[in-house]
Design a binder for this molecule. Sequence first.
Ligand code: 13P
Length: 334
Amino acid sequence: MTSSALAETAQALVADGKGILAADESSPTIKKRFDSIKIESTEENRRDYRDMLFTTPDAGKYISGVILYDETIRQKAADGTPLVDKLTKAGMIPGIKVDMGAKPLAGHPEETVTEGLDGLRGRLEEYAKLGARFTKWRGVYRIGDAIPSAGCITANAHALARYAALAQEAGLVPIVEPEVLMDGDHDIDVCEAVTEEVLRSVYNELALQDVWLEGTLLKPNMVISGQDCKDQAGVQEVAERSVQCLKRTVPAAVPGIVFLSGGQSDALATEHLNAMNRLPGTLPWKLSFSYGRALQAAPLKAWSGKAANLEKGQAAFLKRAQDNAAAASGKYAA
Ligand code: 13P
């Protein structure tokens, strides 16, 4: 894979008016989602649910790529077609989550470091053979009393950079995801300061590991008030402060920034992205989405595990995809 092929994939993932579906919930996480609609998390149910999303007519007009979980990239639909083939046929690029999850960071109670570097080179090679063209690794940072610590920030940035270099070596675009959680009662100022520090450290480590930024995407949190903060910043303030923070920290060589939704309501995830894309002035990178919950909550509920609801689930998914694609161009109207 040449570096220009990496850049082409990265650019295709943030093509005008398109964004990414994160459908890479690990087994414990998808179980939680299925618990909410009272269906059992069996391999068959997971397969049918994801098959429903991936075969939604016209989804490929709004969704550029889909992040899969290890089970899904190997899975065949009930009709025997590999799910990866269904995505490719519908014009969506298959991607894969390659980290092994956030694990307790020794010596740092309440903090985590994301693991999965051991053996990663071999796993990446296999994923490339299975059809993946891009990858994701998520570092997690919790805001609290004197955290995130410098130890947590540097450990996660280091892992993200090591991962990104290995992904590029395998010809796969790395999506670098440092997520500052919205849990807590901190205000937007704290979120901004922490996000800025985290992003600075991530780009510093990416430079140390010689990661080629043109062949990467960033998947950050937005700069928002903590979930339990009494004084919730409005849509315009979130948009302005998120963009300001990113302008200070993300090099112009990065082709695109695809936000995570992180527990925001569907409406806010869409409105925030739309407001950012409507700010005056030009930006060096595309601003789009790589939402999990903000794209899937509605179709999950509409489907509710019943084959008879397939079309309802697909209609709900298409609507969320259309709204967020419009927001990625600043053209969403509530
Ligand atoms: P959410 O949009 O639900 O935060 O999921 C995105 C994701 O991939 C988190 O790693």
